[in-house]
Design a protein around this ligand. Sequence first.
Ligand SMILES: O=C(CO)COP(=O)(O)O
Length: 138
Amino acid sequence: MNIALVAHDNLKLDLIDWAMFNKGTLQKHVIYATGTTGKLLQEKGFGIHRLKSGPLGGDQQIGAMIAEGKIDILFFFVDPMAAQPHEPDITALRRICDTYRIPIATNRQTADFIISSPLFDGYIHEMPDWSKYQNRKV
Ligand SMILES: O=C(CO)COP(=O)(O)O
């Protein structure tokens, strides 16, 4: 499985702590991370693929990978208390997760639920067929 890890600055310590707790599980998978988050993960011994920093296009890189079917799950610890210069990129990333039905954890509690789910091991992502949802009558 291909997993992406991202955290806003004030949540980076949380994400690293969470990732260390789940290191054994995470390291069985291919991990991608945005620039600064990825650097911190590498310092903790994680083998990861490092993308650009979020404000420099890292969120968009992950979004593009999702559109290409190359990311299965996103753990993105979002800071709801701080405005981000690249807010449009973050909004776009969250939307593309819904477009492709990517499980996304935007906080640690949800991350715990996802990683401990019986669905996590062997999870296979399927692309939704949105044409089924056009003009649906209730
Ligand atoms: O800004 C980010 C997500 O929006 C994360 O980027 P960094 O990991 O480079 O800080």
